[in-house]
Design a protein around this ligand. Structure first.
Ligand SMILES: C[S@@+](CC[C@H](N)C(=O)[O-])C[C@H]1O[C@@H](n2cnc3c(N)ncnc32)[C@H](O)[C@@H]1O
Length: 366
């Protein structure tokens, strides 16, 4: 899987770099005409037809795997993004609340440490928490550039409206793209901070974590920053409650992926027979989310004319959420060329924000 990922990423990168290299410095302007640069990006990302086929192909491939699994990025269509927003407000979902609390306290300190720069947020969603950070950058520069990257166009639209109202001096650049498609932009943004909040890093397996940081490091320049939000080890009850809320919103979020397969790929999965399960795997330090089929059903993928029989009791994995300890994380990140400049946490050590700086030492993993 690492190899495939690397090949795909190279392809993305070449495609986007070709676009960028067709713009001369004069055309782009000496400062940062990011809007022009991003236009090139937008036109080089997948067309709606390609994206539909990619969804069908990824679902088909995931259902062929054992154990069966689906890529968690497909959880976030418009409905999925709305449900995720609702999850962030749940009493059991301590993650958003705690990260907001930390950011409220330390946003100014982060801006003071880095100085003026371009913010590039990966998996920005609706940029709710990022407003706190942007507010701090507005105090040290007149018109900070903010590139919000996400696969969910509806979330980006909502973020743009919100930031436009609350922080009108921020130059908001939405980029509807995957992390890998967006990364080559780092070389075009001058001094940069890559913001990756919400414990989204926890969705990556160990191998995906390594590939991700290798790529981020590769695309950043010495002196650039990363702000990383990580969820920390804690008791199983708190963790499992966060992903099994009493209002059932997380169940709706997981089921929506199957509803999306029905809507977009012509399947007719009976959602009442699809049960959401979220359990903490203590050995692997990760929440594992899947669905269990209560009765045997077929998943038909119309664009590919493919059929998968799922037996009663069978599970399909939809997401993991890994939990970290601060010991060891700094040295792992150092291997990718990141020095941990600051670690911010809440009084109960539920969650942490790490401010990393790109250094010279960089191990090449390929
Ligand atoms: C866990 S949510 C976090 C949202 C927000 N950053 C926060 O902290 O609340 C993950 C976000 O990443 C986006 N996302 C998931 N996989 C992605 C991918 N491969 N490329 C780009 N965005 C992705 C989703 O659409 C979603 O908005």
């Amino acid at each position: 899987m690492g190899a495939t990922l690397a090949i795909n990423n190279n392809k993305d990168r070449i495609q986007v770099n070709l676009k960028l290299s067709s713009l001369t410095t004069e055309e782009v302007g000496p400062a940062n005409d990011l809007a022009t640069i991003l236009q090139g990006y937008t036109s080089s990302t997948l067309s709606a037809g390609d994206a539909h086929l990619a969804f069908a192909t990824d679902v088909d491939r995931g259902l062929h795997c054992r154990p069966r699994r689906l890529d968690c990025k497909y959880l976030y269509d418009q409905r999925g993004s709305e449900l995720f927003e609702a999850i962030c407000d749940l009493p059991e979902y301590y993650l958003t609340r705690t990260e907001t609390q930390i950011l409220t306290k330390v946003a100014e300190e982060i801006a003071a440490e880095t100085g003026p720069l371009t913010l590039v947020e990966l998996g920005a969603g609706t940029s709710r928490k990022t407003q706190l950070l942007l507010d701090a950058y507005c105090a040290i520069e007149s018109q900070p550039d903010y590139i919000a990257v996400d696969v969910s166009r509806s979330a980006l639209d909502k973020g743009r409206r919100m930031i436009g109202e609350t922080l009108p001096t921020v130059r908001f650049h939405p980029l509807c793209a995957s992390y890998q498609q967006a990364m080559p932009i780092f070389s075009e943004t001058g001094k940069t901070i890559v913001v990756f909040l919400g414990s989204t890093i926890g969705n990556f397996s160990e191998q995906e974590f390594n590939v991700f940081f290798h790529q981020v490091a590769d695309n950043l320049t010495m002196g650039d920053y990363v702000l990383l939000g990580v969820d920390l080890h804690k008791n199983v009850e708190t963790l499992e409650a966060a992903y099994n809320d009493s209002a059932g919103v997380t169940q709706c979020f997981t089921r929506n992926l199957f509803s999306r397969i029905n809507r977009e790929l012509g399947a007719s999965i009976d959602l009442n027979q699809v049960e959401h399960l979220a359990c903490y795997n203590e050995a692997a330090h990760q929440i594992e989310i899947c669905v269990r089929f209560l009765e045997s059903q077929e998943i038909f993928i119309e664009p590919l004319n493919a059929r998968h029989r799922i037996e009663a009791g069978e599970r399909i994995n939809t997401e993991i959420s890994r939990k970290f300890t601060l010991d060891g994380l700094a040295s792992r990140l150092a291997a990718f060329g990141f020095k941990t400049r600051k670690v911010f946490s809440d009084p109960d050590n539920l969650f942490a924000l790490l401010l990393l700086k790109r250094q010279e030492t960089h191990l090449h993993l390929e």
